[in-house]
Structure formats: C-alpha cells, structure tokens
Write a protein that binds this ligand. Structure first.
Ligand SMILES: C[S@@+](CC[C@H](N)C(=O)[O-])C[C@H]1O[C@@H](n2cnc3c(N)ncnc32)[C@H](O)[C@@H]1O
Ligand SMILES: Nc1nc2[nH]cc(C(=O)O)c2c(=O)[nH]1
Ligand code: SF4
Ligand SMILES: [Mg+2]
Length: 213
C-alpha cells in the first residue's frame, strides 16, 4: 500500500508562538483542516471546512522559506489526517524542532518520539469533556505538555481535581492553565493558581495581545 503524502491545509504562517512552553519564540505554524470536536469557545472555526490538498514536498518547501527551525502542527485537529505522522517524522529527520497541538480526543501513541506533544484535554465548559481519551495519559512522555483551557471557576476546579486524581502534575514538562480568551479574567485565574499553590504555568495567548495571527 502506498503511503499518502498529501495534507489538507488551511494555512501556513510565521508568527510569535503564543502558547505552550515555547511561547514568545518565532515559529512556523502548519494548520491542518477539519476537526472532530466543536468546543464552544473555539477561535479557529474557519479550519473546520475547506482547505487545499498539498504535497509534503510543497509544504516542506514553504516551511524552509521562513528560515525558522521551530514548527508547530495544529488545526483543526491535526491527528485526523494519518499522513501527519510520516510528515512529522520527515520534519524531525530534516532537523526541525516539532510541536503538535492536539485535543486529547485521538490516540497520540503513534506520534514520533522526537515530537513535543501539547495535549489539550477539554474541560466541561468546552462542551466536549466526554471526548477526552484518557488512555492518552499513559502515552505522555516527560518532554510533552498538557493544557487545560478554562471558561470559569467550575472548569478550574474540574482541572485541579483531574490533575490530582490522574496524577498529571510531574508527568510532563509543563501543565498549562489558560483562560478562554476574553471570557475568563487572566488575573482571576492567576489568583486561583496562587491560592491553590499549583505547579502549573499560567498560559496567556501572547499573539492575541500582539494582535497577530
Ligand atoms: C485551535 S486549537 C487546534 C489544536 C487542537 N484542536 C486542540 O484543541 O488542541 C489550538 C489551541 O487553541 C486553544 N484555543 C482555542 N480557542 C481558544 C480560546 N477562545 N481561548 C483560549 N484558547 C483557545 C485550544 O484550546 C488549543 O489549545
Ligand atoms: N501565534 C500563534 N501561536 C499559537 N500557538 C498555538 C496556536 C494554535 O492555534 O494552535 C497558535 C496560533 O494560532 N497563533
Ligand atoms: S478541538 Fe481544537 S480546533 Fe477543534 S473545536 Fe476544539 S479548540 Fe477548536
Ligand atoms: Mg490559535
């Protein structure tokens, strides 16, 4: 069987990484089309439909044109396209530092070990909490990151309980708590984190404060 070497893409762009432990670093983003979830607060609904089929070679050429060694694969939900797995391996082989941002609803175990997985389990306020694939916790490695995007105090309490019960603190490089942008006041989330003395990183979407993509 021949392996598919095409990806359905919404966009490729170069910007300041706004999220994760790599926040603040120049990064090339490859946004794949389609998503199996519908988070109530999703800021990327334009990736759900459309997109163009592009060959690995064309995508690699465009990435190389930016002259930046950090590449993030996102979406939509990047793991919906099986071809993303060999594509990430190719990026690693070519010496790129590769991040993937994924929802935690699809199996992360086939991802190349050199890729940093940023897995975003969904809290109840997203409307998608039933989609979390908890077996993914076992596939997480110490180089990976976990993220919880929080709508309100109920989401915060759920995330803390989830991290404690599932022993997620210390499992990965970072656990990020992020407010839903423009809804949950970041100062309030900061207060809650300090009060609870949580070993998490407050993650604000830097690009939205810069007004860039
Ligand atoms: C658009 S998603 C694409 C990757 C994957 N589908 C996921 O959810 O992780 C990228 C990141 O943006 C976050 N995000 C989307 N809308 C947001 C919002 N309104 N406020 C804060 N973070 C948001 C998601 O939670 C996720 O961490
Ligand atoms: N600047 C910038 N940083 C990001 N980090 C993760 C993003 C995403 O949509 O996955 C994102 C994004 O959309 N823009
Ligand atoms: S999983 Fe990611 S892309 Fe899909 S709806 Fe949720 S935030 Fe948006
Ligand atoms: Mg984004």
């Amino acid at each position: 069987m021949t392996e598919t070497t095409q990806l359905r893409l919404t966009e490729i762009f170069y910007s300041i990484q706004g999220e994760s432990a790599a926040a603040g670093r120049p990064c090339v983003f490859v946004r794949l089309s389609r998503c199996n979830l519908r988070c109530t607060w999703c800021d990327t609904t334009y990736s759900f439909k459309g997109g163009d089929q592009s060959s690995f070679d064309a995508v690699l050429e465009e990435i190389a044109g930016y002259g930046c060694n950090l590449v993030e694969i996102t979406g939509g939900e990047p793991l919906l396209q099986e071809a993303v797995l060999p594509f990430m391996t190719r990026l690693c082989d070519e010496g790129y530092e590769v991040l993937i941002e994924t929802s935690g609803s699809l199996d992360i175990s086939p991802i190349d070990d050199r890729v940093c997985v940023i897995m975003d389990f969904k809290a109840p306020g997203s409307g998608m909490v039933d989609k979390n694939l908890w077996s993914n916790v076992d596939a997480l490695q110490s180089k990976d990151e976990l993220k919880f995007v929080l709508l309100d105090r109920a989401d915060f309490d759920w995330a803390v309980e989830t991290c404690r019960e599932r022993e997620l603190f210390g499992r990965v490089k970072d656990v990020h708590f992020s407010p839903v942008h423009g809804v949950l006041d970041p100062s309030l989330l900061a207060e809650w984190i300090l009060e609870e003395k949580l070993p998490v990183r407050l993650n604000l979407q830097v690009h939205k404060f810069l007004g860039v993509e």
